[in-house]
Design a protein around this ligand. Structure first.
Ligand code: FUB
Length: 446
C-alpha cells in the first residue's frame, strides 16, 4: 500500500500532512496506538499515543516509548490529516522528560475550549509513578498549552473524560483497576473522591476506560486481561459512576498476538464506530502499534454486538484513488495471500498475490462518483503476465472490465479500458483470469 501525500504545510510549529487511507490501519507513516476518537465540528478527531522505537539513551529498549502526541482529523474516515505534534514530554513542567511515557490520552470540548488529558511519569519532585495533566486549546488541533501542575489526587494512566447531559464532567483513569471521580467545572480539579469501579470482573488487569452514553445507558468500555492478553469488554449502568453490570466482549484478543488493545467509540454520520489498535506495521514487536476503526452495532436491548476486526475498515474509497485491495473485505479461501510490499519498510504497505485461477478478493464500498470511469490502472507484477476481471456487487455480478497485467519481474503500471461505464458506490470483486499468478499493490479507476 502506498500513501498519497497531497500536500505538506508548515503552520507555525505544526506540520500538516494529508494522507488518504480508507482502510485499516488508518495511519501508515508512523506508529499510533490508544486511539481516543471524538467528533468536533462535524469532523472526526483522533488523539492517539505515538509509539516510537526506543534507542540507547532514549527510552527503554523493548518497552513502550512515547515522547509526544499528534492529532489526526478526517471529514469522512478516508482522508486523514496529521496536525503534527500537540504536546511533547520536554515541554510539560511536571513530566519526567527522560521517561518517554506519554501514554493513552483523551480530549473533550467544553464552552469553546478543548481539554487534552494525558498521563506521564512525573518528575522526582512530584513523587513517583504516573500523573495526569491537562493541556488547553481554542481549537481541537491546538496549539495546546499544558497546565503547570498535574491534576491533584489522580495517580495512574489512560485518562478518559465524559460530560453528562446535566453538564457534570467525570474523569476516569486506570491503575490496575478503573477509577472515577467528578470533575469541577474548570475541568482541571477533582470534585469528588476517586472511586474504584469495583463492580467489573475482579480478576485480571483492566485499563483504558472509555465511557459513553446512548439512550440513557452509560457504557463503560475497557481492555481486560481475562486470559493471556487484552480483549475489549464493556459494562452498562444507569449512572456514570455505576454500579455497572458486565455486558460482554466487544472485541476478542488480537489474532496476531498484540498484547494491548485500547478503544474509543463514537457515532459519526449515523454510524457507530469502534476505534482500537493492533500491531499491523510491527508484527514482531507489539509496542509499535497502529490504530484502526470498524463499524459497531447495537442489539435492540442496548447490548453491543461483538466487532470482528477487518482490514477494510469503515471508510468509503474513491475509485480514482489507489484502492489497496490487500485490505480486502473478503477473499477466496484459496489462491490469495497478503504480504508486505517491502519487509525492510513495512510502512510501504501490503500486496495481494493471486496464484489460483478464479481466486478472488471482495473490496467493499468503492465510490465511482457521478462521472463515468473509462479505464483501470493496476500496479502489479507477474512473471508471465496475467489479468484480473473486475465485477460489481457479486462474484457473478456484471463485469466492468478486465485489467491486464504486463509480464514483468518488477512493479509495473498497466492501464486497460473498461468495457462498461460505472458510476455510484459499489462493492468490487477482483478475480484472477487464467492461471498465471500476479501480485497487485493497488488498482485505480479513471
Ligand atoms: O500505550 C501504553 C499503554 O498500553 C496504554 O496506556 C494502555 O492502555 C495500553 O494500550
Amino acid at each position: 500500500m502506498k500513501r498519497s501525500l497531497h500536500y505538506a504545510l508548515l503552520v507555525g510549529f505544526m506540520v500538516i500532512v494529508s494522507t488518504t487511507n480508507a482502510q485499516n490501519p488508518l495511519i501508515m507513516n508512523q506508529y499510533t496506538a490508544d486511539p481516543s476518537a471524538r467528533v468536533f465540528g462535524g469532523q472526526v478527531y483522533v488523539y492517539p499515543s505515538h509509539d516510537i522505537l526506543a534507542t540507547k539513551g532514549h527510552g527503554r529498549i523493548g518497552w513502550f516509548c512515547m515522547q509526544d502526541y499528534h492529532v489526526f482529523s478526517s471529514p469522512n474516515l478516508t482522508d486523514w490529516t496529521d496536525h503534527g505534534v500537540i504536546v511533547s514530554q520536554n515541554k510539560v513542567n511536571w513530566v519526567d522528560s527522560n521517561a518517554y511515557s506519554m501514554w493513552a490520552p483523551d480530549c473533550i470540548d467544553r464552552n469553546g475550549k478543548f481539554y487534552f488529558y494525558f498521563p506521564s511519569q512525573v518528575k522526582a519532585s512530584y513523587g513517583r509513578g504516573f500523573g495526569v495533566g491537562v493541556a488547553i486549546s481554542d481549537k481541537p488541533y491546538g496549539p495546546f498549552i499544558p497546565q503547570q501542575e498535574p491534576i491533584k489526587g489522580v495517580h495512574g494512566i489512560d485518562p478518559n473524560v465524559f460530560i453528562d447531559k446535566d453538564g457534570q464532567a467525570y474523569l476516569y483513569w486506570a491503575q490496575g483497576n478503573i477509577f472515577a471521580a467528578k470533575l469541577k467545572d474548570n475541568m482541571l480539579e477533582l470534585a469528588s473522591e476517586p472511586k474504584i469501579l469495583g463492580d467489573l470482573p475482579d480478576k485480571g488487569l483492566k485499563e483504558g476506560p472509555y465511557l459513553f452514553e446512548r439512550k440513557g445507558i452509560y457504557y463503560l468500555t475497557y481492555p481486560h486481561v481475562a486470559n493471556k492478553i487484552e480483549r475489549l469488554e464493556y459494562a452498562m449502568s444507569k449512572n456514570p459512576l455505576g454500579p455497572f453490570t458486565f455486558g460482554g466482549v466487544i472485541m476478542d484478543e488480537s489474532a496476531s498476538g498484540c498484547w494491548t488493545n485500547h478503544q474509543s467509540i463514537i457515532e459519526f454520520k449515523n454510524q457507530w464506530l469502534l476505534f482500537y489498535h493492533n500491531d499491523d506495521l510491527s508484527p514482531n514487536f507489539d509496542k509499535a502499534r497502529s490504530i484502526r476503526a470498524d463499524s459497531l452495532f447495537f442489539n435492540e436491548d442496548g447490548t453491543i454486538r461483538k466487532v470482528i476486526p477487518t482490514l477494510r475498515g469503515a471508510g468509503v474509497t474513491r475509485a480514482n484513488k489507489q484502492i489497496q485491495i490487500d485490505r480486502y473485505s473478503d477473499a477466496s479461501k484459496q489462491g490469495v495471500t497478503v504480504d508486505y510490499v517491502d519487509t525492510a519498510n513495512r510502512m510501504k504497505g501490503w500486496k495481494a498475490t493471486f496464484d489460483l485461477k478464479g481466486a478472488w478478493i471482495r473490496y467493499n464500498a468503492v465510490d465511482f462518483g457521478k462521472k463515468t470511469s473509462k479505464s483501470v490502472e493496476v500496479m502489479a507484477t507477474s512473471a508471465d503476465g496475467g489479468a484480473v476481471e473486475i465485477r460489481l456487487g457479486k462474484i457473478d455480478g456484471p463485469i466492468i472490465g478486465t485489467a491486464k497485467i504486463q509480464k514483468s519481474g518488477d512493479w509495473q503500471l498497466t492501464k486497460s479500458n473498461l468495457s462498461k461505464t460505472t458510476v455510484g458506490k459499489h462493492d468490487l470483486f477482483i478475480i484472477l483470469k487464467g492461471s498465471n499468478s500476479a501480485a497487485i499493490d493497488w488498482i485505480r479507476f479513471e
